[in-house]
Design a protein. Structure first.
Length: 283
């Protein structure tokens, strides 16, 4: 597989930058196209998270690697997050929560915390040294989050508390704890996850999954690119393929797995690389 492809954005409604107030804008197909080269992956296409586990989602959501010999482990039952030093077997309780992720500089842990029955999935920032917690309730019900390699931002996908059904995709400035929503999607059949940052911390890729169990024609699974101060664009548009596990090789190349979702006997998924033809245009 080796082709130039134009992936056009026809499904996401863009919102005002950089605030939480949602102001839907009709997508402009020509401006929001993303021209890319898609090729088969080779053995040399190694992801940055494979070279440094702190630069991507942990393999086990409740046992995340940290700097050196440290790990953030969720204690079953509570749930509580423990900081474990695998070299010395020293353990200390940090806070309540689940799905911890160390920032690459080791200073912070982002995690999921329960506030109440009405707000069971709230993003929190925890100081690893002091255990001080900052709740980010304005983001809404958190789905996915990922640290930028420079530890200054968190990409997120979430559903606001004040909406009947709406997905927000954006990033958080860690220093000011301020969310910036880049796009919203009101399609009730979709969900967004698999946030992964580029090495330069300027953009991130997200999976958009659409499914309705009573209508196969609704099914779609595509990858989208979000720039921290530009418009999103769709990277893939392959109705018969399910794109999954995206990750960055370098600032310009993204590797992912593709499989035929209609054929359960299609075998192991194939790996492909997206070579970015250009960056998303600014509004």
């Amino acid at each position: 597989m080796n082709k130039w492809a134009t992936a056009t954005s026809i499904v996401v409604a863009f919102v005002g930058w950089p605030c939480l107030a949602v102001e839907a804008v009709r997508p402009n197909v020509s401006r929001d196209s993303c021209v890319v080269l898609i090729r088969e992956a080779t053995s040399g296409d190694i992801l940055i998270r494979e070279r440094n586990p702190l630069l991507g989602a942990p393999e086990n959501a409740n046992n995340a690697p940290g700097p050196g010999s440290l790990r953030a482990v969720v204690q079953a039952g509570s749930p509580s997050i423990l900081i474990v030093d695998t070299a010395t077997a020293a353990t200390r309780r940090l806070c309540s929560g689940s799905s911890p992720r160390f920032s690459p500089d080791g200073r912070w842990i982002a995690c999921n915390r329960r506030v109440s029955r009405a707000r069971p999935w709230v993003l929190a920032l925890v100081d690893v040294r002091t255990g001080s917690v900052r709740m980010l309730e304005r983001v809404g019900h958190i789905e996915d989050y990922a640290w930028s390699p420079d530890s200054k931002r968190l990409a997120f996908t979430s559903m606001p508390y004040d909406s009947n059904y709406r997905w927000d995709i954006g990033w958080i400035d860690v220093a000011g704890v301020s969310p910036h929503v880049l796009a919203s999607d009101t399609d009730r059949y979709v969900e967004y996850y698999d946030c992964e940052w580029s090495p330069d911390s300027r953009r991130f890729v997200v999976s958009r999954h659409r499914e309705y169990e009573h209508d196969d024609s609704v099914y779609a699974h595509d990858l989208w690119l979000f720039d921290v101060d530009g418009r999103p664009c769709r990277l893939t548009h392959t109705p018969d393929l399910e794109e999954s596990f995206p990750g960055w090789i370098d600032d310009h190349d993204i590797r992912y797995e593709g499989s035929d979702w209609k054929d359960e006997d299609s075998g192991e998924p194939s790996r492909y690389v997206i070579e970015l033809g250009r960056t998303p245009t600014r509004r």
